[in-house]
Design a protein around this ligand. Sequence first.
Ligand code: CMX
Length: 136
Amino acid sequence: MPTKKINHIGIAVRNLDAAIPFYRDALGMSYQGSETVEEQKVKVAFLQVGESRIELLEPTADDSPVAKFLEKNGEGIHHIAYEVEDVQVAIDTMKGQGVRMIDESPRHGAHNSLIAFLHPKASGGVLTELCQAADH
Ligand code: CMX
């Protein structure tokens, strides 16, 4: 199950509008747009950097997982997403290796992607996402 590349790095922020100018203007990344992922209770903004992206995450509700993260840790890196060809195959491979998963079946991420999170305790405290891009 080769991971193809870093699809994106998720960064938790309190406010997208306040965070975007640093990435777009100071770091010169190309702003790709924003969308709300209802299922995850987050609004996300994507900024392209080479073949990867930065995903800024703003919670849309007090019980959003990202709101909980901000409360506990403040703003900062939230997760790393590795792109895979087929997320269900990747989940099954992980489970076969004894890796603890949060998601044992895929759920919907931004841009109609299919995603699955590993449990942070399985990956040294780094929340890790497997991500199958929509055009695969
Ligand atoms: N980094 C490291 N550890 C984290 C973490 C993070 N970002 N988020 C949660 N944890 C830890 C918690 O501290 C907790 O640890 P303890 O057991 O030691 O207390 C443990 O993981 C479980 O966390 P939880 O919130 O109690 O468990 P849930 O099952 O409710 O949720 C998780 C876990 C990671 C799925 C959820 O917190 C989360 O972040 N969901 C993803 C939200 C998200 O980013 N959505 C956008 C996706 C869009 C896309 O990328 O396309």
